[in-house]
Ligand binder design. Structure first.
Ligand SMILES: C[S@@+](CC[C@H](N)C(=O)[O-])C[C@H]1O[C@@H](n2cnc3c(N)ncnc32)[C@H](O)[C@@H]1O
Length: 284
């Protein structure tokens, strides 16, 4: 994954779509030609497919951008599963496919549209006959750390069952901080929310994390795989993103710094204290 893309001063959505599609582009470049030669199917699963278009941001949705990449490998057989809970969004996605509004390649592809809750649909997907050795990808792009987020235990089960699927997720840092903060103040509300480390605990050996992007540097993209991935530069420094935007190995200094920045000061202090206590125990 090399080279900077010029996405200008685009909104967070444009940056998200560019980062997500660079991850899938890299994965398809890596495996596509070999799978096509071996006549083996590539699988793709989108857990929050959306309507296929981001009209306000002037950029197509991740589902269509993925297929655009897939289309560069006409000899590659593929199976794409698009899951979306909203009836209207699913209808819009289907309509776009039927009318070929920027999604024409779908017509020639093996594609399942599933209008359902992603946790239920993912459970069903796992009953299917997808080989354990299958190469593929899965996108998790919810509206926040809770709304639209597939249940983490089900996701963990899926990633164990499909160890060679690239996993890509957008995480809303600001909403995660806010929700964990209010859960701390009112523990009786028991709001189930996740953190970046909950995602990093999913069964993948190698992880990239993006710089925080969009207004308030609100989001990050996480990308996990069974083989190591090269870092990637998307945006050179701009006023909105003075450090630029790229994908970094989570074990690098920059990656570790980004992970740290997704926790509040209180959470960082608690983690430091926990490590200090563990350190004391280790030397006892
Ligand atoms: C951020 S949008 C996805 C955008 C899309 N990935 C794209 O790149 O254009 C999140 C989507 O998740 C859908 N969603 C919300 N709850 C869901 C659930 N429980 N299961 C599946 N989809 C859900 C929403 O309707 C919305 O379309």
């Amino acid at each position: 994954m090399t080279g900077a893309l010029d996405v200008g001063q685009g909104s967070g959505t444009r940056i998200k779509e560019a980062l997500v599609s660079s991850c899938f582009g890299f994965w398809l470049r890596r495996w596509g030609p070999g799978l096509a030669r071996a006549n083996t199917t590539y699988y793709h699963l989108d857990l929050n497919a959306g309507p296929g278009d981001n009209h306000d941001a002037g950029v197509r949705g991740a589902a269509s951008l993925f297929v655009e990449k897939l289309d560069k490998y006409p000899a590659l057989s593929s199976h794409v599963t698009l899951i979306e809970k909203s009836r209207d969004s699913m209808a819009a996605l289907r309509r776009r496919v039927r009318n070929g509004q920027g999604l024409l390649p779908f017509v020639a592809r093996d594609i399942d549209f599933i209008q359902d809750d992603n946790t239920c649909a993912l459970d069903g997907y796992l009953q299917r006959d997808v080989p354990r050795t299958a190469i593929g990808s899965v996108l998790c792009d919810p509206n926040g750390p809770v709304r639209g987020m597939v249940a983490l235990p089900c996701l963990a089960k899926a990633l164990l069952r499909l160890p060679r699927f690239l996993f890509v997720a957008q995480y809303d840092v600001a909403a995660g901080l806010r929700m964990r903060g209010s859960a701390q103040k009112a523990p009786e509300k028991k709001c189930p929310t996740s953190s970046v480390t909950d995602i990093l605990r999913l069964p993948r050996a190698h992880w990239l994390i993006s710089d925080r992007y969009a207004h308030g540097r609100r989001y990050v993209i996480l990308c996990g795989s069974h083989v190591s991935l090269p870092p990637y530069e998307l945006l050179r420094p701009t006023d909105a993103h003075p450090m630029g935007v790229g994908l970094h190995n989570v074990t690098s200094a920059r990656g570790r710094g980004i992970v740290r920045s997704t926790f509040s000061r209180d959470e960082r202090a608690a983690r430091k204290e926990a490590r200090r206590i563990c350190g004391i125990r280790e030397t006892e």
